[in-house]
Design a binder for this molecule. Structure first.
Ligand SMILES: *Cc1c(COP(=O)(O)O)cnc(C)c1O
Ligand SMILES: [Zn+2]
Length: 424
């Protein structure tokens, strides 16, 4: 917290003190980057001091975060992050790669990557003594806020499209949030959450608007770097403490996760804790490809689309963090890929059958993008590649059934079983 210097606008580079602004740049509406005092961080923490932390959550990275410890030990707020880094050999063979890792963020308290952002937003709300926290959500951001608010004993209001998968709506309700389902799109829910925050003085967590979500999401980059440093070292031992893969694949809707990963790796590079940036690859559905379109055009102009993908968590008409998301790929030498919904369903099967990871469609999109990138020759077959699964498949059972098909119903007899097995 003592290392939190203020904000810098990602569009006009104007700088603001921590209490001067709350959300976006007053001049141009640009997303604000949190500015940290790297020298002060270097004085208070080292890779070794963090690696010896007993906190198995995002809060092990407290010295690199712009908030204080939120308290509420022993609750789900301290179970966010430090998710498993899997190294599934069969999935690597299927992808045609020698070195493939899968970080499973479906294994967070509310079963998505969004817990990282919501945990930090709740910590910030406590610090500025905000009473009610509101967010727009396609489902996961709201579930994460509802869960983290429940852990902290604070009220939350969630505004989501009524088309959100029912398991996600159930999560919102069971955590005790006030839930409003709008007869409209996520983009309309977004505008309404903003209006409500202004009208009622609520603290707005909405993705691509609140500058603290990226600060929560960047903890995944820290974990990747720390967990990679724990792998067997290649012969030339690196000079710095932590390590990164060559390429990271992540699905993209609003563009806030990929912007968060970028921020995290930039923090580590600025601190001298890693030696190079991994290339960041953003993956969208062809049915919701506004940021992909911008990347391919070579410009930073985000033109809205009419989103139609079955991957609800990345179904976005107007991405709210598009400019930084384009830069995340461009500045790291990565790229964007767009994949069909059929490829996303196939990726759900591949992840489940070759790595035992049950991903929701938006989570599996990252792997679908990797498969496309390998086909297009964007990835060297000997490179170290990491795919991030951002959400659990249990959140959207209907899509899973679409990917997996139906089971036959048979009479409870061996002969019926035999004929069903084709041994009749
Ligand atoms: C929110 C979400 C994404 C996309 O994150 P953005 O910041 O909107 O790009 C991807 N996968 C899952 C499961 C999500 O919930
Ligand atoms: Zn600005």
């Amino acid at each position: 917290m003592g290392t939190f210097l203020g904000y810098r606008c990602s569009l006009c580079a104007a700088e603001y003190a921590p209490r001067e602004v709350t959300y976006t740049c007053p001049k141009d509406g640009g997303n604000l980057d949190v500015v940290l005092d790297y020298q002060a961080i270097r004085r208070s923490a080292t890779p070794t001091s963090i690696s010896s932390s007993r906190e198995q959550s995002i809060w092990r990275y407290l010295p690199l975060l712009p908030v204080d410890d939120p308290g509420h030990e022993g609750t789900a707020l301290h179970a966010v992050g430090w998710t498993p880094l899997l190294h599934p050999a069969r999935l690597a063979r299927l992808a045609g790669l020698a070195h493939l890792w899968l970080k499973d963020d479906g294994r967070n308290p509310t079963a998505s990557f969004k817990d990282r952002a919501s945990a930090v937003a709740v910590a910030r709300a406590q610090e500025i003594a905000a009473e009610v926290i509101v967010t727009a959500s396609t489902g996961n951001a709201g579930a994460a806020l509802a869960g983290m608010a429940a852990a902290a004993g604070r009220p939350a209001v969630i505004i989501a499209p009524k088309t959100a998968p029912s398991a996600k709506v159930a999560q919102l309700l069971i955590f005790g949030a006030r839930v409003m389902l709008v007869n409209g799109t996520y983009d309309q829910a977004f505008d309404l959450a903003l209006e409500a925050a202004n009208a009622f003085g609520w603290y707005c967590r909405s993705t691509g608007y609140n500058p603290f979500t990226v600060e929560g999401k960047k903890t995944a980059a820290f974990e990747i770097a720390e967990q990679f440093s724990m792998l067997a070292k290649p012969s030339a031992a690196p000079r710095t403490a932590w390590d990164v893969p060559d390429a990271v694949f992540v699905s993209v809707g609003d563009g806030n996760i990929i912007s968060g990963l970028h921020k995290g790796f930039k923090d580590l590079l600025a601190l001298g804790w890693i030696e190079k940036m991994p290339r960041l690859y953003g993956v969208q559905s062809t049915g919701s490809a506004a940021i992909y379109n911008a990347f391919v055009s070579g410009k930073e102009v985000i033109t809205p689309v009419r989103a139609t993908t079955l991957a609800d968590s990345i179904s976005v008409d107007l991405p709210r963090d598009g400019v930084r998301a384009v830069r995340a790929a461009r500045e790291t030498g990565g790229s964007y890929l767009a994949v069909s919904d059929e490829a996303i369903l196939a990726a759900m099967r591949d992840l489940a059958r070759s790595a035992a990871v049950f991903a929701e469609p938006a989570g599996a999109t990252a792997y679908a993008g990797l498969a496309a990138a390998v086909r297009e020759g964007l990835i060297g077959l000997e490179e170290r590649v990491l795919v991030l699964n951002t959400g659990s498949g249990l959140k959207d059972v209907r899509s899973a059934m679409q990917a997996a098909g139906e089971a036959p119903v048979i009479e409870p007899t061996l002969s019926a079983l035999k004929s069903s097995l084709g041994r009749g």
